[in-house]
Design a binder for this molecule. Structure first.
Ligand SMILES: [Zn+2]
Length: 246
């Protein structure tokens, strides 16, 4: 794994950025990783961002896109109230294995549009040598935000809770054990905790690179609240105006 202290953006890309030709997503070099202490791009969501492109697709468009990209998901025709285009994971997604709850559990169902975001996520995971993800749940029927009436993105199959990440060398990064978080601390950027052990450092670099990729609107870590002490929550939300990682 190559770990750089910062982005290395080619001169032409830098010029394009200066001229405003490329959005913040393109600002992170596609093949490299950055330190979690590097600043994140603007949280303002543009319609052209990866997350908003995925979230804005219609069901038919999305199913055609996952077929074209040969993503390992299969249409689910069982019950999934609230999920616009339900699918289940049946194979690798962009080369990464997402280990999901089995066919008897609704937690293994996801909306097709989340599958596209997972394909974007897989590209970041591979840059960090991660080949397998343990998924606690995606679709949770009627899930609400804690203490609120507002539905959680899980109720639409548009959110994923990941508990463990396995590297190509077999080593596992366990969010609950290895994240070294603290409630209320910034996750990424100059205000984040400066000293981390190696597994914590890798988890932190990885999740901050996911934030940089713009593939999700909301990312919650153990720093967010006690309910997230053991997983990363990532979701896409049609109409989201701001990205957040907390
Ligand atoms: Zn969640």
């Amino acid at each position: 794994m190559s770990r750089l202290t910062g982005h290395s953006v080619a001169p032409l890309a830098r010029l394009a950025l200066t001229l405003g030709l490329l959005g913040p997503v393109a600002a992170s070099a596609e093949t490299e990783t950055a330190s979690y202490l590097e600043p994140l791009p603007s949280p303002i969501v543009t319609k052209a961002s990866a997350a908003s492109r995925s979230a804005g697709l219609g069901g038919g468009q999305c199913l055609a896109e996952v077929a074209r990209r040969k993503l390992g998901v299969t249409r689910w025709r069982g019950p999934a109230a609230g999920v616009a285009s339900p699918v289940r994971v049946t194979g690798p997604i962009a080369g990464v294995r997402f280990v999901t709850p089995g066919r008897k559990s609704p937690y293994g169902i996801l909306d097709c549009r989340l599958a596209l975001a997972l394909a974007d996520l897989a590209e970041v995971l591979k840059r960090h040598d991660v080949v397998e993800v343990q998924v606690d749940n995606m679709y949770r029927p009627h899930a609400h935000l804690p203490g609120k009436k507002k539905p959680s993105q899980h109720s639409y199959g548009l959110a994923i809770d990941m508990t463990r990440l396995k590297r190509a060398d077999g080593h596992e990064l366990v969010v609950e054990r290895d994240f070294q978080g603290a409630l209320g601390e910034p996750v990424c950027g100059a205000g984040a905790r400066p000293e981390l052990e190696s597994d914590a450092l890798q988890l932190r670099d990885l999740i901050c690179d996911v934030a940089r990729s713009g593939s999700f609107h909301h990312i919650l870590t153990p720093n967010h609240d006690a309910a997230h002490r053991n997983h990363f929550h990532l979701d896409i939300a049609r109409g989201a105006r701001q990205r957040m990682i907390d």
